[in-house]
Design a protein around this ligand. Structure first.
Ligand code: ZN
Length: 321
């Protein structure tokens, strides 16, 4: 063997935070949501082959889930409805049943019949659901969201929750009135990160059979202090995890190690937030910032790259029923 750093240390690599966009709308026009590099299931599967990624958590949304994102990109909901559709997600799951665990969103307050849609997705075999409450002007303990957690419990499914804290103007102070709708209402109701998570603790504690993943490790400026705070919170609850979406990069290697040290080796999951991040060769760097991270033990690298994701979904196979 050559350099021991390059020995494979993971039996399975799982990217626990990706999105897939239909490449063309129903009129044959190229998708406008992420113009530029490919963002389709085929594009991602090609990258999986190139970089040795076995499986991924596929998060799909409807335009109504992410209004401030579309507003920031200057897009109308209608212009991206075809390419962000639940229908595309189901096509992808049918085409690549061995690759993806499905974590549908489609839960925004403006999505008609959101609870019926959620139940139908779970009936089809979704592994869980993704929540972006800050985009909806809600905190995690909003009354409207309680039935979503109960549904996850009923179906043995799990929750990816994005605090979107980095949009709330707290770490870098901003007047709530200057924030987009949704984030603005949440920003007015909380002081800081600990105040925000006081609205999450009871949800995680009262649904102990549901695993929760904090997207982007809490979605804050990724400093060592913030990573330790997130890690300490995770450590308090056996069913709380975090993904590294948008953070898996060589420049964050040390901070990732601090996060793993605080949270424990069994909670932090490799993730990229592709196609927003980790396009092309950056995907290899994202994998290597774990695989070759000298601040992590060999066991920790293996767990972060894939073992913890398999724990999160409790060993279930990808695909739908
Ligand atoms: Zn994302």
């Amino acid at each position: 063997m050559g350099d021991p750093e390059w020995e494979p240390v993971s039996e399975v690599i799982v990217d626990t935070h990706i999105h897939l966009i239909r490449p063309f709308d129903s009129l044959g026009r190229p998708q406008a949501y992420t113009p530029g590099p490919g963002a389709s299931a085929e594009d991602y599967v090609a990258l999986m082959g190139k970089w040795g990624i076995d499986r991924a958590f596929y998060i799909s949304w409807s335009p109504e889930d992410i209004p401030s994102d579309l507003e920031g990109k200057g897009l109308t909901m209608e212009s991206v409805r075809d390419v962000l559709s639940r229908g595309y997600a189901l096509e992808v799951m049918d085409t690549f049943p061995d690759r993806f665990y499905w974590f549908p969103c489609h839960l925004g307050p403006r999505v008609h019949g959101y609870l019926e849609t959620a139940r139908s997705s779970l009936e089809l075999g979704a592994a869980g659901m993704k929540l972006v409450p800050s985009f909806w002007g809600e905190l995690p303990d909003d009354r409207r969201l309680m039935p979503v957690y109960d549904l996850a419990d009923e179906y043995g499914a799990h929750i990816i929750l994005d605090t979107s804290f980095w949009y709330l103007g707290k770490d870098a102070p901003a007047d709530p009135e200057t924030l987009p709708a949704g984030h603005r209402e949440v920003a007015k109701r909380i002081r800081d990160f600990q105040d925000y998570v006081s609205h999450l603790r009871s949800v995680v504690a009262s649904h102990s059979d549901v695993n929760f993943s904090l997207a982007h490790a809490g979605a804050r400026a990724f400093t060592t202090d913030n990573a330790r705070q997130a890690g300490q919170l995770i450590r308090e609850y056996p069913n709380l995890y975090a993904d590294l979406g948008a953070l898996a990069s060589p420049r964050h290697s040390g901070t990732i190690a601090s996060l793993v040290e605080a949270a424990g080796e069994d909670r932090i999951m490799f993730g990229t937030d592709w196609p927003h991040f980790a396009q092309a060769d950056a995907m290899g760097q994202a994998v290597d910032c774990i695989r070759c991270n000298e601040d992590l033990s060999r066991k920790a690298r293996r767990m972060v790259l894939g073992g913890n994701a398999l724990r999160f979904v409790e060993g279930r196979a990808p695909g739908l029923r």
